[in-house]
Design a binder for this molecule. Structure first.
Ligand SMILES: NC(=O)c1ccc[n+]([C@@H]2O[C@H](COP(=O)([O-])OP(=O)(O)OC[C@H]3O[C@@H](n4cnc5c(N)ncnc54)[C@H](OP(=O)(O)O)[C@@H]3O)[C@@H](O)[C@H]2O)c1
Length: 330
């Protein structure tokens, strides 16, 4: 019987991660068996390995919210063996065993056929981070943000932040301001498309005020918390903020004044439960006008190296994107 490697997070005697050798009989119910060729590592995957983070719904469970690979067996009418597929979100790596495994069995209704023009590797360089960035950028487009707008991006050296900057640049937005705590990320963020890079403290006023200088037309935020609270009063009249993440905290202390005096709008971005039709449309864009995979700062690891990447994500020292090549053994 074929054996393969998977990472499993267990909660006995305490929460810990362990590589195991499994057979197909250990995989969950599902109508499609996928040989995973690539996965990638997101902040949520790092949290999945931490006790009381609330990401994993049960233990033991294989984390990994993204996968790309090839169908091996299928009883789903839309998928036949040999077909290339990708999967991000839904319950993957949260309530259903995920992508940090060489094989996975999944519900066919969660799969997206790999769009033409996108390789499995590119799909995972983008992954949930790129999908989320695409949704945020699209939300700004839909809200009529102009190409000359001053667009700020927080958590710029992270996955969602860096993908957002690359996409905005590719679409022709002219003034993209990266907000990053990491001085050593400034040069690659400029190469990616940032007009300038600023540290969060340069933008946060010494004294909190409900309204500040109107210097931001649109914002893509991945940090939340105090940084977001400090930026909302700086949104210009009619400004828009797409809220994607909470790397800096889930609290948001604000007032109603920027909303009722400047007409600003907040848009919530969810990548997990996007219905299939808009999901496929976004992946089609990620394969065409939003395909920034070749320009992103990414590195490649083996499955066995994933815990090191997880540690750097938790430490806040990780930069760009990390993908897992399942063929690589280290
Ligand atoms: N809405 C959705 O469906 C969705 C999808 C994907 C991700 N997310 C969320 O979006 C956020 C970013 O995800 P990601 O995968 O891009 O994570 P990531 O690669 O770890 O990037 C997060 C970035 O935020 C900044 N940061 C980290 N810790 C911080 C802290 N304590 N205070 C302030 N800034 C901090 C860092 O950028 P700098 O050092 O450059 O400042 C870091 O690189 C996470 O909260 C994630 O859960 C949500």
């Amino acid at each position: 019987m074929k054996e393969f490697t998977a990472l499993i997070v267990k909660d006995q005697p305490e929460v810990h991660s362990q590589f195991v050798s499994q057979t197909f009989s250990a995989l969950p119910e599902g109508d499609v068996l996928v040989k995973i060729n690539y996965s990638d590592v997101n902040y949520k995957d790092a949290l999945a390995t931490v006790a009381k983070s609330g990401v994993l719904r049960s233990y033991p469970l294989t984390p990994g919210i993204d996968l790309a690979g090839e169908v091996v067996e299928s009883s789903h009418p839309q998928y036949a063996p040999g077909e290339k597929v990708l999967l991000t979100g839904y319950g993957l790596g949260v309530s259903h065993p995920g992508g940090f495994s060489e094989f996975q069995r999944v519900p066919g209704e969660w799969l997206v056929p790999l769009p033409e023009g996108l390789s499995e590797k590119e799909a995972m360089i983008l992954g949930t981070a790129g999908f989320t960035a695409g949704l945020a950028v699209q939300a700004l487009e839909q809200h009529g943000v102009e190409k000359t707008a001053r667009i700020f991006v927080t958590g710029a050296s992270g996955g969602v932040g860096s993908c957002s900057i690359a996409m905005l640049k590719q679409l022709g937005y002219q003034e993209i301001v990266a907000i990053s705590r990491k001085p050593d990320a400034h040069s690659w963020l400029k190469e990616l498309g940032a007009s300038r890079v600023v540290a969060p403290e340069e933008l946060l006023p010494d004294k909190k005020r409900p309204l500040g200088k109107q210097q931001i037309d649109a914002l893509i935020d991945t940090v939340g918390g105090d940084l977001l609270a400090g930026l909302l009063p700086q949104l210009a009249y009619g400004g828009t903020a797409a809220l994607c993440g909470n790397a800096g905290g889930i609290q948001l202390e604000t007032t109603v004044l920027p909303f009722i005096l400047r007409g600003i709008q907040l848009i919530g971005i969810d990548s997990v439960n996007v219905p299939m039709e808009p999901r496929k449309k976004m992946w089609a864009r990620l394969a065409t006008d939003l395909n920034v995979a070749s320009r992103l700062n990414f590195h490649e690891i083996s499955l066995e190296q994933v815990l090191d990447t997880i540690q750097s994500l938790l430490d806040g020292t990780h930069q760009g994107r990390t993908i897992i090549d399942m063929q690589v053994k280290k």
